[in-house]
Design a protein around this ligand. Structure first.
Ligand code: ATP
Ligand code: MG
Length: 426
């Protein structure tokens, strides 16, 4: 053993190990085919962007920009940041490539995000989100479609016990009116606020409603409600959205304290929340952000989207005992004795060429019958295919069922092999 110290991954980031991959792949496949079925296209943005993008979009007075971003100075003195979320980069890319101007777009992405938070279950420094963003659609129909799509995802994954919380934070004008009464209310209770909230009272008072400090819960619960300050347009949008959800039989709870942690939202905001993951119970959050495209320098464009934490969804699947089927190999090819290796590898390629979606493992590293059959068994393969010297000489392959004891071992002529293996695939 070497005496050199080994190097470990840094705090709050994780390897996704081979035993975890089936769950990730199951989620990702389900998600991408769902999005495809709704007519959405995938977009892939860089992980690294200029810091200004996040400051201008997420907002200077938010947890993310104030304390969670991985920001560094590049060699040419420009300030760069590892993306903490996907919406800003998606809008940046949409503007840059002319995808948003006078058009409708329905986009989705999947990838790692970075936030310097205190690591705990369900909260990591590198985590993964799938996100969906739509542009150029004003009405609540698209808000409802996004919510219906997430409800369908839970159904496809077999997840239960996730509650939809819904709110409207209105237009800019309604928020201005609301902020005045909110500031009045919290000013009356200034001494009861924590330091963060006292600061936010002057910088971004609605953010106080998003506080996770349990000591503020009661004060926040009795604060004035945004829903009493919606202008007509926002009210109508919200009412229509609720009607559409009712029509699709999607249940929701109105949560007037739901404001979401980012600055760019307007009108609809929603979260899918579960009680089964402790305090990291929000698996998905989203809403409308009509002002953001203009804020980032293009023409005023309505937009609506959501982000979903993949780790939290997978944790919930685990908590609910949902285990995706392991994709076991169909065949394990053993080659025993002088001269069988070349034949075996050639045959393996032929099988892969002629049987679509076959999962075939070729034994590597030679070895005795005993050691090879042990590996074949451990691989989980249904059938071992064996070439030994005798089979090689007679142009045959030995077909050895590993799981089904009723099925006998057979010796098959090489020219019949593909037909017999194809039969095993159904
Ligand atoms: P939270 O209130 O839990 O901090 P957030 O409001 O900061 O969440 P968003 O920015 O809306 O989260 O991100 C969308 C989703 O991404 C969240 O609902 C959650 O599922 C997931 N998420 C956010 N931060 C983390 C993290 N640090 N680790 C793992 N998942 C996360
Ligand atoms: Mg957060």
């Amino acid at each position: 053993m070497s005496k050199t110290r080994t190097i470990k991954s840094i705090r709050g980031v994780h390897d996704i190990l081979p035993t975890d991959s089936p769950s990730w792949q199951h989620f990702e496949k389900t998600f991408s085919s769902l999005l495809d079925s709704y007519g959405y296209s995938e977009i892939r943005m860089p992980i690294i962007e200029s810091t200004e993008l996040f400051k201008r979009s997420i907002g200077e007075v938010t947890d993310i920009v104030e304390k969670e971003m991985y920001t560094f100075t590049d060699r040419n003195e420009s300030s760069l940041t590892l993306r903490p979320e996907g919406t800003a980069g998606c809008v940046r890319a949409g503007i840059q490539h002319g995808l948003l101007y006078n058009q409708q777009q329905r986009l989705w992405y999947n990838g790692p995000m970075f936030r310097r938070e205190r690591p705990q279950k369900g909260r990591y420094r590198q985590f993964h989100q799938v996100g969906v963003e739509t542009f150029g659609i004003t009405g609540p129909d698209i808000d409802a479609e996004l919510i219906a799509m997430t409800a369908r995802l839970w159904q496809l994954l077999g997840l239960k016990n996730i509650e939809l919380q819904l709110n409207s934070i209105g237009s800019n004008a309604s928020r201005q009116a609301y902020k005045t009464v909110l500031v009045e209310y919290f000013t009356k209770h200034y001494d009861a606020l924590d330091e963060d909230s006292q600061r936010r009272l002057s910088t971004n008072p609605m953010r106080i409603l998003d506080s996770k400090n349990p000591q503020l819960a009661k004060l926040i619960a009795t604060a004035p409600s945004i829903l009493d300050h919606l202008d007509d347009d926002s009210q109508q949008h919200f009412d229509q959205l609720k009607n559409l959800l009712d029509a699709m039989e999607i249940q929701y709870t109105i949560n007037t304290r739901l404001v979401r942690g980012l600055d760019y939202y307007s009108k609809t905001v929603f979260e899918w929340v579960t009680t089964e993951l402790g305090s990291q119970g929000t698996v998905c959050g989203g809403g409308r952000y009509d002002g953001l495209v203009e804020q980032l320098g293009s023409k005023n464009t309505p937009a609506c989207g959501f982000g979903m934490g993949i780790e939290r969804v997978l944790d919930l699947m685990e908590a609910q005992g949902i285990v995706p089927k392991q994709n076991k190999p169909d065949f394990y090819l053993m080659m025993i004795g002088e001269g069988t290796l070349a034949k075996g590898m050639q045959l393996a390629e032929q099988i892969r060429q002629q049987i679509p979606n076959v999962k075939l493992i070729t034994h590597c590293g030679e070895g005795s019958f005993k050691s090879q059959i042990k590996r074949a068994d451990k691989s989980g393969a249904k059938i071992a295919l064996i070439i030994d010297n005798k089979a090689l000489e007679n142009q045959q392959i030995i077909f050895n069922p590993l799981r089904d004891r009723e099925q006998p071992q057979q010796t098959i002529a090489e020219d019949k092999l593909i037909a017999i293996l194809l039969n095993q695939m159904v």
